[in-house]
Design a protein around this ligand. Structure first.
Ligand code: SF4
Length: 323
């Protein structure tokens, strides 16, 4: 399979892309759909798959880093090109030192590893009509090029009820993949503020509950300050109670990631919650979820701290992928 991007003669950019926690470009060496980022949550280099190059999403998160002020020049996924891009990057990862793929200067030693392939990108990955078949195709490609590499879905959980998405979730689980499902609110009101979506909050909660009933899920929750205000304590308690309700309803959570704004959102009044505030939020979840690991991912943690593996409680979240 040949790659259709502009490269140096050996297939690699002469200057590999620098890796930073606070910059996650969706471009990589002229690719359209496959990129590489340094992920705090995956604890390493994550290969991202962008099935939404048109930048259309069924959420409009207040903190979303995708710049939708300009239209994308790429409207659809070219299957052959995506497969070629991924084949190329995985093949390189399997046969070359990681430093040939990405520049690792300043990257903590613990993060100098290929962590996973993650469905992420510029919209909700499962909204792609063929997402379920992409799970299979990409899984086969990983098996061929980098057999032990993890696969992750980073999702807003809005479409889990659709049969095709459920089929994809089954396939993902069958090959040991993880789902990181977004739950950023405890109340309908806060959900409306965060997600900016017409999808009812109940739909998200039901989808998460049902999927967590079928197999363990990781919950990813992002909190932010609007102006100078973080979320009120009542909202944090409501959110922690939602998590507890999932477990009480028979759902299984393998971990909770409490994050904040790490990269610049389009809105200037949306900013990161300081580290101690994030810890307080995580603590509320810990009190409701005994035995379930709850980790915080501050905006700009010290690299030495990061290299120790973050601040986990409980049994520790497994080191799979992320954005
Ligand atoms: S779901 Fe993800 S891509 Fe969609 S608006 Fe929210 S953060 Fe952005």
């Amino acid at each position: 399979m040949t790659l259709v991007t502009d490269r140096s003669c050996d297939g690699l950019d002469p200057q590999p892309q620098a890796m930073r926690f606070d910059v996650h470009p969706r471009s990589y060496q002229g690719n359209h759909y496959v990129y590489a980022v340094l992920s705090r949550r995956a604890r390493g280099v994550s290969i991202g798959i962008n099935l939404n190059p048109d930048k259309i999403c069924n959420f409009r998160c207040i903190y979303c880093q995708v710049d939708r002020r300009s239209a994308s020049g790429i409207r659809r996924v070219d299957d052959d090109r995506l497969l070629a891009e991924l084949t190329d990057i995985l093949h390189t990862a399997a046969h070359e030192p990681l430093g040939r793929l990405v520049a690792l200067e300043g990257v903590p030693a613990a993060y100098q590893r290929l962590a996973d392939v993650a469905f992420s990108g510029d919209g909700e990955p499962t909204s792609h009509p063929q997402w379920h078949t992409w799970v299979k195709r990409i899984g086969e490609l990983i098996d061929r090029e980098c057999p032990s590499l993890a696969m992750t879905l980073i999702t807003n959980a809005s479409l889990f009820h659709r049969p095709r998405v459920r089929e994809g979730l089954d396939r993902l689980a069958a090959r040991g993949g993880q789902v990181w499902a977004k739950l950023d609110a405890g109340s309908e009101e806060h959900y409306r503020q965060v997600a900016g979506s017409s999808i009812p909050f109940e739909r998200i909660l039901d989808n998460i509950q049902e999927e967590a009933f079928r197999r363990p899920l990781v919950i990813q929750s992002l909190f932010y300050r609007l102006g100078n205000e973080g979320p009120p304590r009542t909202e944090i308690d409501a959110w922690a109670q939602r998590l507890a309700d999932i477990v009480a309803g028979g759902g299984s959570l393998s971990g909770v990631q409490v994050t904040t704004v790490a990269r610049k959102p389009p809105r200037a009044d949306v900013t990161a919650i300081p580290e101690d505030g994030l810890e307080e939020i995580a603590q509320a979840a810990r009190e409701h979820l005994p035995g379930i690991p709850v980790e915080t991912f501050p905006a700009r943690p010290g690299l030495a701290e990061e290299s120790k593996g973050g601040r986990a409680s409980g049994a520790g979240v497994s080191g799979t992928a992320g954005d």
